[in-house]
Design a protein around this ligand. Structure first.
Ligand SMILES: NC(=O)c1ccc[n+]([C@@H]2O[C@H](COP(=O)([O-])OP(=O)(O)OC[C@H]3O[C@@H](n4cnc5c(N)ncnc54)[C@H](O)[C@@H]3O)[C@@H](O)[C@H]2O)c1
Ligand SMILES: O=C(O)C[C@H](O)C(=O)O
Length: 309
């Protein structure tokens, strides 16, 4: 019997729960929100799609009732405010830090063995906060950003190549911020061949830029931040853990010397499995990429400095 709790049943949380149910990633998915009735309503709405879509996962909604989340294998935290057009993710730190800390503490009381997947922004700093405040081993605290950013990178690459996005591979490491993301164009491939064989340096720079501001572009179009790809990316990370898939996914994790950084959570490729982070993968970065990672970590560290730990 596998169980996942999604805290925050807003745009991202509800989409994540819906994808988890549709793909039957867990036997039970619980959504919890502070807004009276919203989780219950969304859970009932999702359950009314079960026979149309043919899934057996049970979706439960509750208003702030953490007892319903008991014995979850994974807890996904999406609670908090999203940015509006013109804002950065980093501006959300003041409000979201308090929310993330409180909900994580409450959820862990009922699921002391759970693995946490942090989505609320600014995600790298929220992951660091969870790491510092909750006393969990580092393999159980995973920030979701790189899975989404890499998916966007593959989308923009496929647009530039004029090909199917499923035939493109690519990784985005570094912070989950408009200026801190590092799309690794040198390692990206189309059908196993380097994309540098097909796209000019200028085109690849354009793809990297579109990826980095991918979230801001959608926020400008939607008036609030995106949710379909973020929710699906959250579910992808949960599935990799619950089904012990051993996939390599860029996630924000606590670094203790890897990539030359210490005492920070930042995006690097990790192997995900039943223990959460099974392994951090060290990529052979060149000097330019190493410099970019250093600058990205320095920017994340600046936001972390604003936390009251
Ligand atoms: N890491 C990523 O890749 C990524 C991607 C997309 C969005 N986000 C972030 O995820 C967060 C949620 O975005 P959204 O679009 O779903 O926002 P949203 O406003 O649609 O949903 C947030 C939900 O959190 C709930 N909430 C607030 N405080 C709570 C508490 N104490 N306990 C339980 N629930 C609480 C709200 O009632 C709301 O329903 C934002 O911080 C956003 O920036 C991160
Ligand atoms: O852009 C945002 O603020 C939300 C999220 O981090 C995203 O990348 O979609």
């Amino acid at each position: 019997m596998s169980k996942v709790t999604v805290v925050g049943a807003g745009n991202v949380g509800a989409t994540c729960a819906n994808v988890l149910a549709f793909n039957e990633v867990a036997d039970e998915v619980v959504m919890l929100d502070v807004k009276e009735g919203v989780s219950e309503g969304k859970a009932m709405d999702m359950m009314q799609t079960a026979q149309l879509l043919g899934f057996d996962t049970k979706v439960v909604g509750c208003t702030n009732d953490y007892a319903k989340t008991a014995n979850s294998d994974v807890i996904v935290i999406t609670s908090g405010i999203p940015r509006k057009p013109g804002m950065t993710r980093e501006e959300l730190v003041g409000v979201n830090a308090g929310i993330v800390k409180t909900v994580a503490e409450n959820a862990l009381k009922h699921s002391p063995k759970a693995i946490l997947v942090i989505i609320s922004n600014p995600m790298d700093t929220m992951t660091y906060l969870a790491l510092k405040e909750l006393g969990l081993p580092k393999n159980r605290i995973i920030g979701m950003g790189g899975a989404l950013d890499s998916s966007r990178f593959k989308y923009f690459l496929s647009q530039a190549l004029g090909c199917n996005a499923n035939e493109v591979e690519g990784l985005v490491i570094g912070g989950h911020g408009d200026t801190t993301m590092i799309p690794l164009t040198r390692f990206a491939t189309y059908k196993g061949l380097p994309v540098t064989n097909f796209l000019s340096e200028e085109k690849l720079a354009e793809v990297a830029k579109s990826t980095m501001v991918g979230g801001a572009t959608l926020t400008g179009l939607l008036g609030t931040s995106a949710w379909y790809a973020p929710g699906a990316a959250g579910a992808f990370v949960v599935e990799s853990i619950i089904h012990n898939q051993g996939k390599m996914v860029p996630c924000s994790v606590y670094l203790e010397g890897e990539y030359g950084e210490k005492d920070i959570c930042c995006g690097v490729p990790v192997i995900l499995g039943r223990n959460g982070i099974e392994k951090i993968v060290e990529l052979p970065l060149n000097d330019t990429e190493k410099e970019a990672f250093k600058a990205s970590a320095a920017a994340v560290r600046k936001v972390n400095a604003g936390l009251k730990l």
